[in-house]
Write a protein that binds this ligand. Structure first.
Ligand code: CS2
Length: 484
């Protein structure tokens, strides 16, 4: 069977939406470099840019992975084209053409560097996940992080995204080219501000004049990104082949709901993202908080508790009425009162709609996928709510139960001989090796993970008492549920 590619694209005309600009005589030039070309990016930012490109402009994307060759191997033979399947009551398909090339930094460093330093590259967007930022528990760049150390002390290829962007910005500074605008699209609180501080604090170690220039000129808007994007599976590949009649090495699927809110500080020259549905807001933090607290916090809770109860997907776990009732209570009693929602959002409606999205039968979202990297996600989704609640004297019992579920999940994975996917895996395995199953003994071991729990929490008596109680209760609850 023939491949999806520039050459075969025209054969799909009339069958499904196509990137018409790819068929035109003059094609858009690259104006955006994206770091982290995973499924989320391909379902979300690349989709928005696809719509924007229909309005013209040189905003094609060069997608860069730091090390992995997978995406490049899959997409380069098909000229960066791929199919996006939107799963709703009916599935719809579309071909995305905004990704024009995929590069691998560790293998094609010079090409990546050339893209990043080209004056025509005016935006860098990134989905490198929480761990890619190399932050400490206070949300600052961890200057002791081994890879950051490697980049700070090395003279050749950077291995971290921060090191790579900082050296490209240094080259632009030398060449008198304005910095690109860097847009973090990861689920971090205050993602833009954290990224900006990380880049400047890295640069301060090497070149204070450059740091000063960045301080004056670097724009890193905060953003809120949202769309549930489960990993590609065999069923999707089969359906896509049937639909387009061509071989697509790596189609992507997501739910119909998609949202991108960007802090309104972008340079005036920008892709037609607004026409594509991007919302520009003066203050994104309220949107970010609403999404992290009402979607990602329940998601992680479902992932850990659902796993302990033997479920495989979000949809499966959402069929468990007891679990859903607890989740709703956590949201109503402990999360909604913890923050001030954006004025344009009705939080109750927003939260109800999120629960409905979790119940979409067309989406097979593995709990294991959400459970990954807990040490990076928990500090963004759960701990800020706990801190706010402790300060205001509100309950933290159900949020503590999410932490307990994470600890028990880690122990269960290890006891079942399953792999733990987490950048702190060695520290977690060390803790598990000392656990006995007794809350008073185990919980302090976990809370002593200082890259996860800041001392203001680990030393807080009320907090550790709540987590110990939750750990004990959950151990009993899970055993009862599994035996009954
Ligand atoms: C999920 C998110 O994997 C996870 O941790 O909670 O990827 C979630 O699906 C997205 O943030 C939804 O926008």
């Amino acid at each position: 069977m023939e491949h999806l590619s520039n050459r075969t694209l025209a054969s799909l005309d009339g069958k499904l939406p196509l990137p018409a600009y790819r068929l035109a005589e003059v094609k858009p030039q690259i104006g955006i470099v994206h770091l982290g070309p995973g499924a989320f990016f391909r379902g979300h930012q690349a989709f928005y840019t696809e719509q924007a490109l229909q309005h013209g402009g040189d905003w094609a994307i060069s997608a860069v992975s730091m090390r992995s060759a997978d995406v490049s191997q899959a997409l380069m033979p098909q000229d960066g084209l791929y199919t996006l399947a939107v799963l709703d009551s009916k599935t719809s398909y579309q071909i995305i053409g905004s990704v024009q090339e995929v590069l691998i930094a560790s293998e094609q460093y010079a090409a990546v560097f050339a893209r990043l330093t080209a004056p025509s590259t005016r935006y860098v967007t990134m989905t490198i996940t929480e761990k890619g930022y190399c932050l400490n528990a206070a949300g600052e760049l961890d200057l002791q992080h081994p890879q950051i150390q490697q980049d700070l002390n090395g003279n050749s290829q950077a291995v971290t995204a921060i090191g790579l962007l900082a050296s490209a910005l240094a080259a632009r500074y030398q060449a008198n080219v304005a910095p690109f605008c860097v847009i973090s699209c990861d689920n971090l609180t205050d993602n833009g501000r954290k990224l900006r501080r990380a880049l400047i604090s890295y640069t301060l170690q090497k070149n204070p004049a450059l740091a000063n220039w960045l301080e004056q000129q670097l724009i890193c808007p905060c953003t809120m990104v949202d769309s549930i994007t489960p990993a590609t599976d065999e069923t999707l590949r089969i359906n896509v082949t049937k639909e387009i009649g061509l071989q697509d090495n790596w189609p992507i699927k997501r739910e119909a709901f998609v949202q991108w809110v960007i802090e309104d500080i972008l340079p005036s020259e920008r892709p037609a993202w607004q026409q594509a549905g991007v919302i520009y807001a003066a203050d994104v933090s309220a949107f970010e908080k609403a999404k992290l607290r009402l979607l990602n916090a329940p998601h992680s809770t479902l992932a850990y508790t659902g796993y302990l109860l033997g479920y495989e997907t979000v949809y499966d776990a959402m069929q468990d009425q007891q679990l859903v009732a607890q989740l709703k209570q956590m949201v109503t009693v402990e999360i909604i009162p913890s923050f001030i929602a954006p004025s344009e959002l009705d939080v109750n409606q927003y939260s109800t709609a999120i629960f409905a999205r979790f119940c979409n039968p067309a989406i097979r979202h593995l709990l294991a996928q959400i459970a990954w990297d807990g040490s990076q996600k928990i500090p963004m989704r759960i701990l800020p709510v706990i801190k706010d609640n402790l300060a205001a004297g509100r309950d933290i019992q159900l949020l503590s139960s999410c932490l307990a579920a994470w600890f028990l999940f880690i122990r269960r994975r290890v006891s079942e001989g399953e792999k733990l996917i987490d950048p702190l895996v060695d520290n977690l395995l060390e803790v598990v090796s000392q656990c006995t199953g007794i809350a008073n003994h185990d919980v302090p071991l976990f809370l002593a993970l200082d890259r996860v729990f800041p001392t203001e929490l680990s030393l807080n008596e009320a907090f550790s008492a709540a987590v110990k109680a939750a750990y004990q209760d959950l151990t009993i609850y899970v055993a009862r549920r599994l035996s009954g």
